[in-house]
Every structure is written in structure tokens, then in C-alpha cells.
Design a protein around this ligand. Structure first.
Ligand code: ZN
Length: 403
């Protein structure tokens, strides 16, 4: 008597997912065709003792395409599936219900081994099995637009089949793109800026991850630690430009070239996003006012290496010139522009100020006016550094505020 078709439980956990996923067969999945069945050449082990199948109907349903009778098949091992998933382990250990004679057909098995049909997307099943069998070949490029669609499928199935180890593995991949440490954020941002230099606007839009999908996936699969970085990035991306001239501004920062699906935020997240963004911009304005010479004079007088008994703070004029120039650069609105763009990305703007202060000597060698002294500069740099750290450490609170 042939073994019967194994039917996994349906829990509906893969329905209604907010993240878009490709439903097409991956071009990397080289296949051989046998009638209506498509065997995976990547995941087809001759010594396997179970075939996992996905109906094309499952994959294509809702896509608007006509539903075919094609099946995608993967030949694997019960022991490997059971080792990863307690759901499959229990299923394999339980005696399968006997079918009546009418069901005694070849659909219950495939080439002599049991056939387990899954009600999941082909690409998701393929990625899940690749992670089990060939994890090195399942690559995730750094800060790539394809990462979230790929991991969302694996997370859906990991949740459904209780494969906790994979959920943590995927969370680690997402944390690399959306880190909890400021240093890692800075490295990622520098990497993106470097890549963007050689890209057109269209390439930028399609190359980098979209932050709202990251926010949504963090909620759905319990990965809250990636949310602050995603919200911060979202806060610096324009919902839309009302004028192309704004988009073409020469002073545009790298983040403003990026793309976000703001409209896909939940109502709560949209409110949190607006609150957090407003706090960030207010905070930036206030911090810069704090750096104005009359607000900082008392401290800088004691830090200034040029201070003498006679001259209390000789760097005052040079410092004031620097502050005025920086204020003009960051917050003024020249005629041809529409937004004080540098206000929108405080972490990047403050980092640029630190860079300017650090490299002042090299830049001003030929200048007749002396820069303000190293003691003053180091103190201002430490204030800006602390402000950046303060902003970063408060993102979670600022973007999660709900009245
Ligand atoms: Zn000084």
C-alpha cells in the first residue's frame, strides 16, 4: 500500500502579509521539466525520502494570471525537516490518516516516496529549504532592496512551521542593515553614499531597502530592535517633492534621493513617525542655538588653550564666524531651493560638522584668518558627538510616543 499524502496544518499565518513578494520562479532555480511538474535542480536529493510540493495555483493565485496545474517539487529528507521544525516532526511521527480506495492514486507519492503538498509560495518554500540545505548559497547583499522581500517569505514559513532558529538568523541579517549601534549606522550610511555616487535616481530608488517594509516586518515577526533605525531613515525621506526643482537641488543630501512607501504605514506608525520627525527637527534647531557663542562662552573660556589673564576668550570672533557660516549653510533657504534640507538628517549634518572641525587646519592653511584653537574645537566636537549619541539613543522613545 502506498504511503499517503502528508498534509501540513493550515494556520493562515502567511495570508494578508503587508510586504510585497515576488511570485515568479527565481532565475537561479534551474529546473528540469517532467509533464506539469518542475523538479528543483537546487534541492533534489536522490537519497531523499520525501518530496515537498507546491502547486503553481498556490503561487499564482491572486496574481491575476490564469492558474496552471503545474507543481514545483523538492526532494528532501524527513529527518532534516523534522530536525528544524517541531510541526513537521510531530506530523511525521503521527500515523497518517488512511485514504479510501478512491484516493489511492499516485498523487499521494512521487517516484516512490511520500509527497507533501504545501499551501505556500514556491519561492518562499525554495528559500526556506535553501536555508536548511545550502545556507551559504542563500546570500543577502548588504543594504539591498531585495532583502526584505526575500526574508519575509522565510519568516512567514518559519513562524508557520515554528522554525525559531531561522527567525533569529533572519533577524540578525536585518540588524546588520538596521543596526542598534550608531557606529554601525554611520558605516552603513557611508557605504550607501559611496554607492550612490555612480547611480542615477532610478537606480537609487530600486537598489536600496525601503524603510516602511522594514517597519512592518519588525511588527509582524517581533523584531522591534530594527525599528528605530528604520524610522530615522524614514524621517529624512520626502513623502513626495512638490516641485522637480526641489529634487534637483545641488545641496540635496543622499537621503533625500531615497524612496519610501509612507502610505503603507499603519495609522499608529504614521502618527509615531510624525511625532518623532518633529522632535528630531526641533531638537536640531535647539542644539544649534545652544552652540551660539553667548550660550557656550562660559564653557569655552575654560577650555580655550589661548586664554590668558588678559584675554579671556581670544577665539570668540573666529568661533562666531564659524557658527554663523555653519548656520547659514544648514538652515538658510537660498532662492532656488525649497527646503532647508540639512535640517532633515541631523545625524548626517552633525557628522559633517565634526568632519569640518576636525580637518580645519588642512583647509585653512592659506586663510588669513586664524581658526579657533584646538581646545575650543575639541570641546565643540565633543558636544556635537554627545548630541549625536543622544539623538540615536532616544530614537526608540521619540518614534514610539503614543498619546
Ligand atoms: Zn580657543
Amino acid at each position: 500500500m502506498s504511503q499517503k499524502r502528508l498534509t501540513p496544518p493550515r494556520d493562515g499565518s502567511n495570508s494578508g502579509h503587508p510586504t510585497k513578494r515576488s511570485k515568479r520562479l527565481s532565475h537561479t532555480d534551474k529546473v528540469t521539466r517532467d509533464n506539469c511538474d518542475v523538479k528543483s535542480s537546487e534541492i533534489w536529493f536522490e537519497d531523499g525520502n520525501i518530496v515537498v510540493g507546491v502547486d503553481a495555483a498556490t503561487t499564482e493565485r491572486g496574481s491575476g494570471k490564469s492558474v496552471s496545474e503545474q507543481r514545483f517539487l523538492f526532494k528532501v529528507h524527513k529527518s532534516v525537516l523534522a530536525m528544524h521544525s517541531p510541526v513537521w516532526k510531530d506530523m511525521f511521527e503521527l500515523p497518517q490518516p488512511r485514504h479510501n480506495d478512491m484516493d489511492e492514486t499516485s498523487e499521494d507519492e512521487y517516484e516512490g516516496v511520500p509527497l507533501m503538498m504545501l499551501q505556500d509560495g514556491m519561492k518562499d518554500v525554495r528559500d526556506l529549504l535553501m536555508l536548511m540545505y545550502k545556507p551559504i548559497e542563500l546570500t543577502f547583499n548588504r543594504l539591498d532592496s531585495g532583502t526584505v522581500p526575500k526574508v519575509s517569505g522565510i519568516l512567514t514559513l518559519s513562524k508557520k512551521y515554528q522554525i525559531d532558529k531561522f527567525r533569529e538568523h533572519i533577524a540578525q541579517i536585518l540588524r546588520q542593515d538596521w543596526p542598534t549601534e550608531l557606529e554601525a549606522w554611520d558605516q552603513n550610511d557611508a557605504y550607501i553614499k559611496h554607492r550612490m555616487k555612480a547611480m542615477s535616481s532610478g537606480e537609487i530608488k530600486s537598489s536600496f531597502p525601503e524603510p516602511v517594509s522594514v517597519v512592518n516586518i519588525s511588527h509582524e515577526y517581533g523584531i522591534p530592535e530594527i525599528r528605530p533605525a528604520a524610522f530615522y531613515h524614514l524621517s529624512r525621506v520626502f513623502w513626495r517633492f512638490y516641485d522637480d526643482d526641489c529634487f534637483d537641488s545641488p545641496r540635496r543630501t543622499s537621503a533625500e534621493s531615497r524612496f519610501a512607501e509612507h502610505a503603507l504605514l499603519s495609522q499608529t506608525d504614521l502618527r509615531n513617525f510624525i511625532f518623532g520627525r518633529d522632535i528630531l527637527r526641533t531638537r536640531m534647531m535647539r542644539f544649534f542655538q545652544r552652540l551660539k557663542y553667548n550660550n557656550i562662552q562660559g564653557t569655552l573660556t575654560s577650555k580655550c588653550s589661548e586664554t590668558t589673564v588678559v584675554r579671556k576668550w581670544p577665539c570668540q570672533k573666529q568661533y562666531t564666524d564659524w557658527w554663523t557660516g555653519a548656520h547659514e549653510l544648514l538652515f538658510s533657504l537660498p532662492d532656488e531651493e525649497c527646503h532647508p534640507l540639512r535640517l532633515y538628517d541631523p545625524l548626517d549634518t552633525l557628522l559633517e560638522l565634526i568632519s569640518d572641525l576636525t580637518t580645519w587646519d588642512a583647509k585653512t592653511t592659506a586663510e588669513p584668518t586664524k581658526s579657533f584653537c584646538l581646545g575650543c574645537r575639541q570641546h565643540v566636537i565633543s558636544l556635537i558627538t554627545k548630541e549625536r549619541e543622544y539623538i540615536w539613543s532616544n530614537l526608540s522613545e521619540w518614534f514610539s510616543f503614543v498619546q
